[in-house]
Design a protein around this ligand. Structure first.
Ligand SMILES: *Cc1c(COP(=O)(O)O)cnc(C)c1O
Length: 400
């Protein structure tokens, strides 16, 4: 039995079945490459779901995490520490200032913070309901789940305490109709990630900003997946110059360490009173040091420009492929989805893996690509060159 298969069997016996059994046990990584437990190498084009922004084993991340672990691993919120302060200052600065932060250990927790902040705002202003989008994803906790627009993952766990109204994503008119002076907050991804990297029509996020300004509803931008350079800007909202009132971040922020943030701007920065919210691990020194290393490296190595230029090379390369299973490519920067002409993404994902590329069948007809931001043009071309063969193999697998 291969080492992969042995570990998969033990995984199946030891873990709840919610994830199924993943196809590979990964053992180590270096840059954009990872190796499985049997020593097979892959080009990692999914980066642990848009998380490993500096790739694997990046010296800046290794150094920051090791040094902080040796100096001080944890304080809780009973004591403060410099890394968390530097991180909050840096994030606020990048997001345009005039705000305050709450640090978390995950994206879901960042959204829970945003939600509690919004609830306080709603109580203070006498507002009653929330708006979110169909197929949107905000997390799996009971609060974040109630805002998540995919019925198949939400409804088995209802009913929920919040009145949430779902609108079709990308339709500014529908949003305008749904948001009245009684609406507490709109939770919005600048591009829907889990739905399959689905960008809205241009101007949608700016329209949401206008609608919220007109009605007084809070605009909560969920940039847990889109933030920290993924689209070629620090934050996707910057493409439309429309800053939300509350911004949530996680995934790519820690480069693989668990850290998230909820930033609130202007009058909303001081919504919480002492005792209103908390987290034992949130803003932990090691996680904060990792996030600082990510931000510093993204800036120093100009990874925003790299995400733009290599993202274009990838998109142009894929767009030039003529294959009956490939409809096209969507997304921005190093955050893309290959759109298929049939619901065969699982077969494409496994054919890509057999060819040495890790990608993600995010939807039945869509393959998500969210590689480390350090991906080179040459590595992007390797994938583009292999793609016709991968699609051929996936078609054959489906016929048999
Ligand atoms: C991944 C994700 C979340 C949840 O983050 P976790 O770290 O898994 O808790 C929330 N919103 C969006 C847009 C995400 O992509």
């Amino acid at each position: 039995m291969s080492r992969n298969d042995e570990l998969r069997a033990r995984y199946q016996a030891a873990f709840m079945p919610n994830y199924g059994v993943p196809p590979l046990a990964l053992a180590r990584g270096e840059g954009v490459k990872v190796w499985d437990a049997d020593g097979n190498a892959y080009l990692d084009l999914i980066a642990g779901i848009a998380v490993s922004s500096l790739g694997h084993g990046h010296p800046a991340l290794v150094e920051a995490v090791s040094a902080q672990a040796a100096a001080l691993a944890h304080t809780s919120n009973l004591f403060l520490h410099e890394p968390e302060i530097r991180l909050a200052e840096r994030l606020l600065d990048l997001a345009g200032g005039d705000g305050k932060a709450f640090l978390t250990s995950s994206g879901t927790e960042a959204n829970e913070c945003a939600l509690k902040l919004a609830i306080k705002y709603g109580r203070r202003t006498g507002r009653s309901y929330f708006v979110a989008t169909r197929n949107g994803f905000h997390g799996r906790s009971m609060g974040a789940l109630s805002l998540t627009g995919k019925e198949s993952i939400r409804e088995p766990f209802g009913p929920f305490a919040l009145d949430v109204r779902f609108v079709p994503y990308g339709d500014a008119d529908a949003l305008e109709k749904a948001v009245t002076g009684d609406c507490v907050a709109v939770f919005l991804e600048p591009t829907q990630g889990e739905a399959g990297v689905v960008p809205p029509p241009e101007g949608y996020f700016a329209a949401a900003r206008r609608i919220c300004d007109a009605t007084g509803a809070l605009l909560v931008g969920d940039e847990i997946q889109s933030g920290i350079g993924r689209t070629g800007a620090w934050f996707a909202f910057q493409h439309e110059g429309a800053r939300p009132d509350v911004l949530t971040l996680a995934k790519g922020l820690g480069g693989g360490l668990p850290v998230g943030a909820c930033l609130a701007f202007g009058e909303h920065a001081d919504t919480f009173a002492k005792g209103d919210h908390g987290s034992t691990f949130g803003g932990n020194p090691i996680a904060a040091a990792a996030a600082l290393a990510v931000l510093t490296t993204v800036e120093k190595d100009d990874l925003l420009a790299n995400a733009q230029s290599v993202g274009e090379i990838l998109a142009n390369g894929v767009a030039a492929i003529d294959h009956p299973l490939l409809k096209g490519i969507r997304g921005r920067g190093l955050w893309r989805a290959l759109v298929l002409t049939a619901e065969r993404s699982a077969a494409v994902e496994s054919a890509a893996r057999a060819a040495g590329f890790l990608v993600n069948a995010v939807q039945p007809d869509a393959i998500r690509i969210a590689p480390p931001l350090i991906l080179t043009a040459g590595q992007a071309r390797l994938f583009v060159d292999a793609l016709p063969g991968v699609l051929d193999a996936a078609q054959k697998e489906n016929r048999s």
